[in-house]
Ligand binder design. Sequence first.
Ligand code: ATP
Ligand code: MG
Length: 455
Amino acid sequence: MADSGSHRQTASTTQFTELTLLYQFSNTLLSTIRLNKLTHLILTALTSGNPLLFDRAMLFLRNEKTNSLQGMLGVQQDSTTNLHIIDDQDYLSCRWDINDDVIVRQRASEFCALVHATRIDTDEDCPVVKRVIVEQKLYHTENSGCHECSSCTFIKHLGVITFAAAPLVSRGRSIGIIIVDNPVSGRPIGGDDLHFLRLFANQAGMAIENSMLYNRIEEAHSSLRDARERLDHGERLAAIGEMAANLAHELKNPLISIGGFAGRLLKVLTEGSRERQYADTIIKEVCRLEKMLSDILAFSRKPTICYNHCSLAEILKDCFETCAATMEDNNIRFNQDLGGALWPLLGDAHQLKQVFLNLILNACEAMPNGGFLSVCATRSTLDKPTVTICIKDTGGGIPSDMLSQIFSPFFTTKLHGTGLGLAIVNRIVINHNGSITASNEANGAVFTVNLPLVE
Ligand SMILES: Nc1ncnc2c1ncn2[C@@H]1O[C@H](COP(=O)(O)OP(=O)(O)OP(=O)(O)O)[C@@H](O)[C@H]1O
Ligand SMILES: [Mg+2]
């Protein structure tokens, strides 16, 4: 009688210890949502808890896209106390915690690096993967034929010999696996150990899944916040753009009057007089302001394209005529090869002229002391019929750190530039389903425009 009484007492003490441990473990897992800390807490509880359960513990998470188990963390027992108990007076809120320096130390260990470098293909015919991931059951080398499997990844990569593995299951899905073994103490993994492992793994699976979900929500929240900020910024820019367009429109009429009256004055003022020079400066500055205002208006206007069959060769020739005086003044030699420009193009001739005028003028402005300009158009039919127009100069090129910015509105390196030329060019080319790139070659810049041809 006395014997059966003490047996009952031992059984209930074991049950109490078991329940307390589980309660502590569950409180611990609820105390953090950070996946990194959570995985350390789980494996440290298995290797440094009281009572001591295992010498080493490894965690693998499943990647369903690549059909693999990726090693995330490996922790082994050491002489230091890695877990400390918080609120040990109260069973209901008692939990373990881990310091950040322990986390760093565990991450830096050779064993952790080994686990991290291990990836197991879940398609492989591995008895461990089959039992743990597919059947969602505990695996223990002693009751299975793992040793018969000579190419076992676990034995080969991790050096485990006698080990147990438990599935991490959440909402019916296997999300990973925990592997434990005792290579240092050589203690056999008993029935109680396996029982604990199963209970721990059940709770750990749900906690890890919650943490991953929380991380995903955080990421989604932060990208939503970024999108909102970009939208606000865009709205503010749009308001500024509308204001600038209105202002540009209002300024145009008085400018026309100023330019017109300055022109009339010029005619009546004596040749060579100071007053005539002043009137001349007014006219030049008015012209510059007019160009700036029409660029701003062109950029802020909603893009509308008037599609027509047009001849690229004629558009380019028009541009050369417009720029002929500037080229002569700047002592720029010029070469053209318009063989590929003879095919018809569907586009807006006026806007396309703006594209090539801006590119040729930029090239001229890059060569104030003379140089060589070459414009060539070639046709390709590789993918779909396309014409490629290359505009090359010998003006020294574009500094490489500026290459990514030159198409941005208002980017300029010129004293009197608006920085809208290439932004307008880029927009027109894209609206024509084309593309434009800038690069440097030899001693100058190269702008390459691709435009689709009529099939
Ligand atoms: N052919 C080129 N060679 C060297 N730099 C160039 C060339 N074309 C453009 N750039 C650089 O790109 C910048 C932007 O050119 P973009 O045409 O947009 O504006 P901009 O010429 O400065 O002013 P504007 O609005 O009057 O055209 C220029 O300021 C210049 O630094
Ligand atoms: Mg320009």
